[in-house]
Design a protein around this ligand. Structure first.
Ligand code: ADP
Ligand code: ZN
Length: 446
């Protein structure tokens, strides 16, 4: 079903007119209320009155994740705190997380766009909805929760994990629609078989999957194993949370963006220049209606392409492709955002190891596994003896084991993740050969 037919099937010229009007209002709103934006506008010689329609968008300044961090926690809020009735934060494990706030109207919009996502996914009022996204500071759980209630689904707010309970609910409550991460859907499929449950006997029709990158191959596997549709949902807390875009179950070919609320652009990551349909670049959003923390041209760091082609489902809103990578080097490991620079920082200041290291991401079973392979110094190498590094080394001998454990502990403290640590002989770590240094090997999606 199309949840909001007048908006979702609005002719493009009408949509552009709506976006233009909202953009002009937004420019005046942030100029008046957010000193950060007033300064930016003044510096560029922009007056709010000069922002009249969509053609003015490229003249507006970009906003970056670091701007949110620099203004931690509430510095970019555009309303007094007594109008902010909810806050959420993204999963930064070190330093400060990114904090976002919602007015009552923001929560209304959020429920509305998430209700549209349920419609896009093929859910209907009356469906039983098992919400296995995490509840808490993370936006996933509560975002989907209110969207489902808005449509009139029956929400099972089970939150993430505890697979035995998820399976019990799937069976006993006769779940029709489930939301979780794609990697969890695969893990669930395995566990169902282990538990002797045939997924074909479960009524669940559709899995709404997001919060992390996945592939079409994974979709094929998930749909075959779980005997249900699997659709992609995208969002980020800075823009609202889940509900920024969602695939229609009819086409499963790109995620329709809620363009009346979130104005999307794809730009070249280096120059910031607008890219045409079909070209991969960095996704940028302007929040057209947000009150508590409106953002102008927010650089998501997510790489994808866009299309304005007509869709078979009848909706007119543009579609974005799957997320194909990151413009920055952020990694998402078991749902935790990790920057390689954090790993580098954890390795620094240890006298037995060098800065040369490799970061390897794999899937162990269904879960992400992180390995850091780091070169030891010549001195340490000579001290423990070369044989420690040749092929069949026995695990856990004296100084080698102690050093591995020490590095592991430092990484755990910095990242909040368990890491496998491997020591490399001098010269074995990656070196730049003229071009860009390839430090990260992500083997999860191959
Ligand atoms: P947290 O940082 O707490 O995980 P966020 O909502 O801020 O929560 O994370 C948003 C990021 O998650 C996005 O910028 C994107 O990189 C990733 N993401 C969300 N949904 C998808 C999806 N469907 N496909 C790929 N990546 C996604
Ligand atoms: Zn469609």
């Amino acid at each position: 079903m199309i949840w909001n037919e007048p908006i979702e099937t609005m002719p493009r010229p009408d949509l552009a007119a709506l976006q233009s009007a909202r953009l002009a209002t937004l420019a005046a709103y942030v100029y008046e209320r957010v000193p950060f934006y007033r300064k930016k506008f003044d510096k560029l010689g922009l007056t709010p009155a000069s922002v009249k329609d969509l053609h003015d968008l490229p003249r507006l300044p970009f906003t970056k994740k670091s701007d949110l961090r620099d203004n931690y926690p509430f510095g970019l809020f555009a309303v007094p705190m007594d109008q902010v009735i909810r806050v959420h934060a993204s999963s930064g494990t070190t330093g400060k997380p990114t904090v976002v706030g919602y007015t009552r109207q923001d929560l209304e919009v959020w429920a509305e766009v998430c209700a549209r996502c349920f419609g896009l996914s093929g859910a209907r009022p009356g469906d039983m909805f098992q919400n296995a996204y995490g509840y808490g500071l993370f936006t996933g759980g509560l975002g989907m929760h209110y969207g489902a209630e808005r449509m009139g689904l029956t929400v099972i707010p089970v939150s993430g994990g505890v697979t035995a309970r998820q399976i019990m609910l799937l069976q006993d409550f006769r779940t029709d629609v489930m939301a979780c991460t794609p990697s969890y859907a695969l893990a669930l499929a395995d566990k169902l078989l282990e538990a002797g449950v045939n997924p074909a006997d479960l009524p669940v029709r559709v899995f709404i999957l997001g919060a992390e990158p996945w592939t079409d191959e994974m979709r094929v596997e998930i749909e075959a194993k779980l005997h249900a549709d699997a659709v992609n949902i995208y969002g980020l807390s800075e823009i609202i949370g889940p509900g920024v875009s969602n695939e229609c179950v009819e086409a499963k070919s790109g995620m329709h963006i809620m363009e009346d609320h979130f104005l999307a652009e794809v730009v070249a990551p280096d120059t910031g220049e607008l890219l045409p349909d079909g070209q991969v670049g960095e996704l940028v959003f302007t929040t057209l209606t947000k009150q508590a923390i409106p953002l102008i041209r927010y650089r998501t760091g997510d790489l994808c392409s866009m299309t304005h082609e007509v869709c078979i489902c009848g909706r007119t809103h543009a579609r974005m492709s799957r997320i194909l990578g990151r413009a920055d080097d952020m990694l998402i490991i078991r749902g935790v955002n990790v920057f390689p620079s954090q790993i580098e920082a954890a390795l620094m200041g240890l006298e037995q190891i060098t800065p040369h290291h490799r970061i390897i991401l794999t899937r162990e079973g269904r879960l992400d596994a992180l390995e850091v392979a780091v070169e030891v110094t010549e001195t340490f190498f000579r001290h423990v003896g070369e044989e420690m590094f040749s092929g069949q080394r026995q695990q856990g001998i004296g100084d080698v084991q102690a050093l591995e454990a020490h590095v592991q502990q430092r990484l755990r403290e910095t990242l909040g993740l368990n890491t496998k640590v491997t020591l490399l002989a001098p010269g074995q770590g990656p070196r730049s050969e003229g071009g860009k240094l390839q430090r990260v090997e992500d083997r999860r999606l191959v």
